[in-house]
Design a binder for this molecule. Structure first.
Ligand code: BEZ
Length: 175
């Protein structure tokens, strides 16, 4: 069983692992549609963080982590707490570049959780990201770190890269 990260877990797993490998999950797309009131925003001024949206022909590239069997239960318990803001653990099939497939778990924030924000125009999302911050830091840093991590994986990710570009334009307009 591997742990699959498609958001901050890509650059900040924060748990011990034996190996990490880029992997894809199929039928899912990454979108900044989840509100964050506990990491990259606060109640009343939520940030925007990644969740997974069902999309039949899409796939989402991220990082898979293999943990020691005897540590897995504790690691998942810690992640359940760290990612409690609307996220639920789900099981996924992981597809590796070499064609192999493995069982994985990841976290999903669906449209029925209280912090869900959903779709919005790119400029609106970028403006919200530009102004939000929370206990884990600036929402704009989250978007830049995620975009950098995805570029280093060679991910084709127009949704996030467009938000990153609009965010840079907004920030340079005010400075
Ligand atoms: C992640 O994959 O980085 C992640 C995203 C949302 C919740 C938990 C983990």
């Amino acid at each position: 069983m591997w742990i699959f990260g498609y958001g901050s877990l890509i650059w900040n797993p924060g748990f011990p692992f034996i190996q990490s490998r880029p992997a894809q999950i199929q039928g899912w797309a990454r979108r900044l549609w989840q509100g964050s009131t506990d990491h990259r925003g606060v109640p009343g001024a939520p940030g925007r963080v990644a969740t997974l949206i069902k999309a039949r022909s899409a796939s989402c590239l991220g990082m898979a982590y293999q943990c020691a069997h005897q540590e897995l239960a504790d690691i998942l318990k810690q992640l359940d707490v760290r990612e409690k803001g609307g996220y639920q653990r789900i099981e996924v099939d992981l597809y590796f570049h070499d064609g192999s497939i493995a069982d994985g778990v990841t976290y999903l924030a669906g449209p029925n959780n209280p912090d869900y924000l959903g779709e919005a125009p790119i400029t609106e999302i970028a403006m919200q990201v530009a102004s939000a911050q929370g206990p884990s830091g600036l929402n704009s840093d989250y978007v830049r770190l995620l975009a950098d991590a995805l570029r280093s994986l060679d991910a084709d990710e127009p949704h996030l890269f467009e938000i990153e570009k609009r965010l840079s334009e907004l920030i340079s307009e005010v400075s």
